[in-house]
Each structure stands twice: as C-alpha cells, then as structure tokens.
Design a protein around this ligand. Sequence first.
Ligand code: SF4
Ligand code: SF4
Ligand code: FES
Length: 250
Amino acid sequence: MANSKTVIIKIKRQDNPNSKPYWEEFELPYRPGMNVTSSLMDIAANPITRQGKATAPVTYDSNCLEEVCGSCAMLINGRARMACSALIDKLDQPVRLEPFSKFPIVRDLSVDRSVLFENLKKVKAWVPTDGTYDLGSGPRQSAEQQELNYPLSRCISCCCCMEACPQFNDKTGFVGAAAISQVRLFNNHPTGKALKIERLKALMGDGGIQECGYAQNCVEVCPKDIPLTKSIADVGGQVMWQAIKDLFRS
Ligand code: SF4
Ligand code: SF4
Ligand code: FES
C-alpha cells in the first residue's frame, strides 16, 4: 500500500471499441472493507486522476454486488475475477484493472461477453419445456442427480474460465469450459437429457471439446468453484461414446 490512508488504482481505459487504450491512475481515501467495485463507485463520484486531471468516469459493469450476476468480471492484477468480491485489503498495490483481453471492448472495463451466450445456444443449454399446453410437473430428480447438478448450476456466466483458457481464441473457436459444463448439467437432467445427442454432436468438430488442452486454468479461476475439469472429462467421454455409436450406425 502506498500509505495506510490511500489506495492507488491503475485502470486501462479505452474510449470506444476502435480507439487506442491508455492508462489512468487514481488515488482514493482508504475505507475498511472496500472492494474493487466500491472503488470504481468512488472514482465515478469524483473522477479526478492522481495527477489532478478531471476525466470521464470509468465505465464498468456491475449489478448484484454479491458474486451472483456475473457482470463485473475483469482482470484484477492480471487475474480474471469478479470486482465485487475482490477486497482491496487482499490486493497488492497499485491495483491494476484491465478489461478482459479476449472479448470485444465496449468501453473502459466493459466488454461484450455475448459469445458465451451464443455458445450456450449452440449446445442447447436448456431444458426443453416449450409447449402450447400445460406439460405438468417434470420427473423428480434423484438425490444423486441433485448432488451432481447443484454445483454445476451455480455458473454465473462471468466468462473468467474463457478469459483464462489458452485454447479460447479466434483461431480455435473453442466453446470454452462453461458451455461444456452446462452440457454435463443438462445431459444429467431428467427432462434436459432429451437433447443429449444434439448437445454432444454440437461439441464434435472444430471449436468442440477436442480443442481443450486440459491446462486446467479454467478451474483455477472459476469464482463459483465449479468442477470444470471433471465436467470436461465427463462430457469428453460422452462425446466419444456418441462418436463410436454414430460410426457403427453409419
Ligand atoms: S482445461 Fe485448459 S484448455 Fe480446457 S477449458 Fe480449461 S483452461 Fe481451457
Ligand atoms: S464456469 Fe465458472 S468461470 Fe466459467 S462462466 Fe461459469 S462461473 Fe464463470
Ligand atoms: S456485481 Fe454481480 S457478480 Fe459482481
């Protein structure tokens, strides 16, 4: 810490998707319990750089402030994590804030993470319940299914796993660990498994599960402790069996 009464924050900023990034530094009065999001709120209330220059308030995403909505993900001291749960007391200073590097910039710390939602659509990460009449209640989930599914259902779509993954890039088009883990979740759901084969087929070929190099960066950064490497191994096995079945059917 620069001194016990202030917090130094360096922010990589970008005014629009096509402009050049630049850094600005801010010095804030220290308050016990402050986190990265509350620091960004302090900057918004008084957008003056450490050098005394008036600047535009920093753009960032946030909503729930309790690590549930997934919107505030960014690089904090180089690590993909959630700003609302990143306590200033636990961070080395100066605290460096950068937008995710693998997603299109909207402005400053805000990025467009819609690729995850496109990938979730690709693998049909939902329970098919549409109908023009009341379908009634679905089958009950066993205690074993609940035990496996609950941790997987905690995904907050933050994209930290994708940002940290060496295989998630334009060249591979890899869907990423979050979408794969949702395939495991919905394939293990009594109603969701109706789309199991379509999900597995979506993970075959370019951008599919074989792009994973098993580096395990994803599981290291997941804020919800989702067992991503187990999901990748499990779904990898399901995809392989489906490919073998397809081979014998053809
Ligand atoms: S195991 Fe490695 S390559 Fe596979 S999704 Fe996770 S970080 Fe990416
Ligand atoms: S799997 Fe974890 S890191 Fe990835 S999007 Fe979901 S909550 Fe975030
Ligand atoms: S503001 Fe919702 S997860 Fe941080």
